[in-house]
Write a protein that binds this ligand. Structure first.
Ligand SMILES: C[S@@+](CC[C@H](N)C(=O)[O-])C[C@H]1O[C@@H](n2cnc3c(N)ncnc32)[C@H](O)[C@@H]1O
Length: 376
């Protein structure tokens, strides 16, 4: 009896018909297949789900993002309408915490028009519940649908789910990494027969010199370029937070996460989150090519400390029971810590703005230097 899931059966059929499938296409189908894709069919967040993100760890995260948003509003001249856009907002927790923090600034709060870009109907319903009662919130399938105007764009753990290409170095050049069907009927990694033409010349020197067998991965630049072009033309700034490295480098970071553990990315397509680390140097380069200015990257720990997370934790702890105080201290450690389980060094933060904004709060040059030595 064939017990392949519907998505596995479809992927095998596509490989049998069209030949080995590039990693990016596999990742795209697993995450966003209109019927069986991981991100169109479930809420993957939280203890009961597959992974936990920073906004779900503590309200402090979203509150500080609210504070950062206020600093951009000032930097763009306190416009009458500011588009507050979040791409991939999960359960809406971060934006709800940010908006609560921003209520103390009525002129800013009243200027906000909130735009959530989300493809997942299950999460969209959760966002609607989380934000019930807040006026002026709009949902979109695509970033390009958001109306014009100065904007703050937020994306936490969004870029890591965008499909990656992988190439493997062979003696004669770099070959696209693909997924094939083994003799026993399982999905396995392979490489395309022909090298990618003239691929070598596009690579950073460090990567060009890598030995045979090395994997190099990259994402198409269209998403970051669309954000950068909007900010360049209409003003504002974006904050991109994710796990990744500050310099482009070799390595295979393609991974599956299910039930809070790493899993085999080729097992259970559509049943696990598939991600890859974000190359912040490549993101920054793409944004600068479009004519936007970049700020950072800095580590998440540095960014949150610069925004005052330690003071905020102390003020919350002062009003809390012993048990809740302990939870707040634990959340602070997890969000900013650099050791095992800490997100403070593994996660990086980069700002992208229209070129007239010369500095962004918590992402200044000093912080940039601090991040220099910290490669994931
Ligand atoms: C890893 S979750 C992060 C959620 C949230 N930002 C947080 O930190 O809790 C990724 C988010 O991106 C959304 N998403 C995935 N692919 C997307 C796409 N192509 N366009 C818009 N949203 C997408 C998911 O549904 C989810 O809301």
């Amino acid at each position: 009896m064939n017990d392949d899931s519907p998505l596995l059966a479809e992927i095998k059929r596509l490989i049998e018909t069209a030949g080995p499938m590039p990693v990016w296409r596999y990742m795209e189908l697993c995450l966003a297949h209109p019927e069986y894709g991981y991100y169109v069919s479930r809420d993957p967040l939280g203890r009961e789900g597959d992974f936990t993100t920073s906004p779900e760890i503590s309200q402090m995260f979203g509150e500080l993002i609210g504070l950062w948003t206020a600093s951009v509003w000032k930097a763009v001249g306190e416009p009458g309408v500011l588009r507050l856009i979040e791409i991939g907002p999960g359960r809406g927790t971060m934006i709800a915490d940010a908006l609560r923090a921003l209520r103390v600034l009525p002129p800013l709060y009243q200027s906000l028009s909130v735009h959530l870009v989300e493809i997942n109907p299950v999460l969209r319903a959760k966002q609607q519940a989380t934000l019930a009662g807040i006026r002026n919130v709009h949902w979109h399938e695509d970033f390009a649908e958001v109306p014009e105007g100065p904007a703050v764009v937020l994306a936490n753990e969004y870029f890591d789910v965008l499909p990656i290409h992988q190439a493997v170095k062979r003696d004669g050049g770099w070959h696209e990494r693909v997924i094939e069907i083994s003799a026993s009927g399982d999905l396995v990694f392979g490489v395309a027969d022909d090298p990618i033409p003239r691929f070598e010349v596009l690579l950073p020197p460090l990567v060009q010199m890598a030995p045979a067998g090395t994997v190099f991965e990259w994402r198409p630049d269209n998403e970051i370029m669309a954000i950068a072009a909007r900010l360049r033309d209409q003003g504002g700034a974006a904050l991109i937070i994710d796990y990744g490295h500050v310099r482009s480098d070799v390595g295979d970071t393609f991974q599956a996460i299910a039930r809070h553990s790493f899993a085999d990315p080729l097992q259970h397509p559509g049943g696990a989150d598939l991600t890859a680390h974000v190359d912040f140097q490549a993101l920054g380069r793409a944004a600068e090519t479009i004519g936007a200015r970049i700020h950072g990257p800095v580590t998440q720990g540095e960014f949150l400390k610069r925004l005052g997370i330690e003071t905020r934790a102390l003020s919350l702890m002062a009003k809390a029971s012993a048990q809740v105080s302990e939870d707040i201290a634990g959340a602070l450690k997890r969000l900013t810590g650099e050791g095992r389980g800490g997100m403070g060094a593994m996660f990086k933060v980069i700002g992208v703005s229209d070129p007239s904004i010369t500095s962004l709060v918590a992402l200044s040059d000093d912080a940039e230097r601090a991040a220099e030595g910290q490669k994931a």
